[in-house]
Design a protein around this ligand. Structure first.
Ligand SMILES: C[S@@+](CC[C@H](N)C(=O)[O-])C[C@H]1O[C@@H](n2cnc3c(N)ncnc32)[C@H](O)[C@@H]1O
Length: 343
């Protein structure tokens, strides 16, 4: 854990990552003087800066990426004891808040996915446009994409690429990877991008043929969907009544999870007036966004990443925390351990 304080102005700082939907995200949080907020995806600190500037609040900033936490040291200093940074996964956010000294918090915000700082560094291996080691880990722990590619069976690879990349040609991509790795290990992002491009035909104007495969591997290596499901439940546990949860997602797999979780926790499901009365589970959230909030044209012009962003927000009720989540929240896929064994 890294913690700290000191300094006064909290605006400004290097634009290492342009925050997406930062203004509505902070508006939904409604920061107030004395409030405690968790920014579960600190990144370059854009959201945190805005929360600190909006009120005399405190922020616990979490990121699994050691580089993001180290770059946040200046902001910690400027925030004069109002910002604590923690290198960890956001699935632990309730335990982290308790460890920092808070049994409840006023808001939790998650701005999912990778930051520009991660995408733009060739050595992180996230980008098919750059050449670097095929790593893709956001944090220091776990197994790299190269290890997954080296060990996975053709069937597991195809299932992962289909489920997490929504790639229609997943079987052809998996076949091409297995064939290529039988002559030489696939260890760089460029090598993988070329192998995928050889298996997926694309027309001018299409997204790069490796986009979906890279997305799938990144999500799998970092267990991004599992992290999200666990974090939503952790937020339910740590938010005080009236506290707010705001989530910005960047692809349909994430948004579907947030939408389904909010529907499960925050909507009374219909039922006929004439049917016998059934006991409905208590609602732990009140939905603030019936439809997701999306970026306007102006933001999309300034930042192409904003095009796919969707924001959903909800307010914690005073109902006790519920156990479990709907069983279909996560796609059915083999575990990382199974995949590494080559099954
Ligand atoms: C889109 S960026 C956040 C940008 C940030 N809102 C800003 O304004 O600069 C996402 C960040 O979340 C981090 N992250 C993603 N999944 C995480 C997880 N499960 N636990 C902790 N951090 C995570 C990434 O390392 C990355 O730095």
């Amino acid at each position: 854990m890294t913690a700290g304080g000191g300094g006064s102005a909290v605006a400004g700082g290097p634009a290492l990552h342009i925050p997406v939907l930062g203004r509505p995200a902070v508006e939904f949080l409604q920061p107030r003087d004395g409030g405690i907020y968790i920014d579960g995806t600190f990144g370059a600190g854009g959201y945190t800066r805005a929360i600190l500037a909006a009120a005399h609040s405190r922020v616990i900033g979490i990121d699994r990426d050691q580089t993001a936490i180290a770059l946040g040291a200046n902001l910690v200093e400027q925030a004069k004891g109002r910002l604590t940074l923690v290198e960890d996964r956001f699935s632990n956010l309730d335990a982290i808040a308790r460890e920092v000294g808070y049994d409840t918090v006023d808001g939790v915000v998650l701005d999912l996915g990778v930051s520009s700082m991660q995408l733009d560094r060739a050595e992180r291996g996230f980008s098919f446009r750059l050449d670097g080691p095929l790593d893709m880990r956001m944090g220091g722990e776990g197994h790299s994409a190269a290890e997954v590619i080296a060990a996975a069976s053709e069937r597991d690879l195809a299932d992962i690429i289909f489920a997490l990349g929504e790639e229609r040609h997943s079987r052809a991509v998996a076949r091409a990877i297995i064939k290529a790795r039988s002559s030489a290990p696939i260890e760089t992002s460029r090598a993988l991008a070329e192998i995928v491009a050889s298996a997926v035909r694309s027309r001018p104007g299409d997204i790069h043929p490796a986009t979906r495969t890279f997305q799938a591997l990144r999500i799998f290596v970092n267990d991004e969907l599992g992290e999200l499901v666990t974090a939503l439940q952790a937020a339910e546990r740590i938010l005080r009544s009236g506290g707010r949860l705001v989530v910005v997602s960047f692809h349909s797999l994430e948004d579907r999870i947030v939408k389904s979780f909010f529907a499960d926790r925050g909507e009374t499901r219909g039922g006929s007036r004439h049917a016998p009365e059934v006991k409905r589970p208590t609602l732990t959230f009140r939905l603030l966004t019936k439809r997701p909030v999306v970026a306007d044209e102006d933001e999309i012009m300034r930042n192409a990443r904003a095009r796919s962003a969707k924001l959903r927000a909800a307010e914690r009720t005073d109902a006790p925390t519920r156990a479990g989540v709907p069983s279909d929240l996560l796609p059915r896929l083999p575990s990382l351990a199974d995949v590494l064994r080559g099954r």
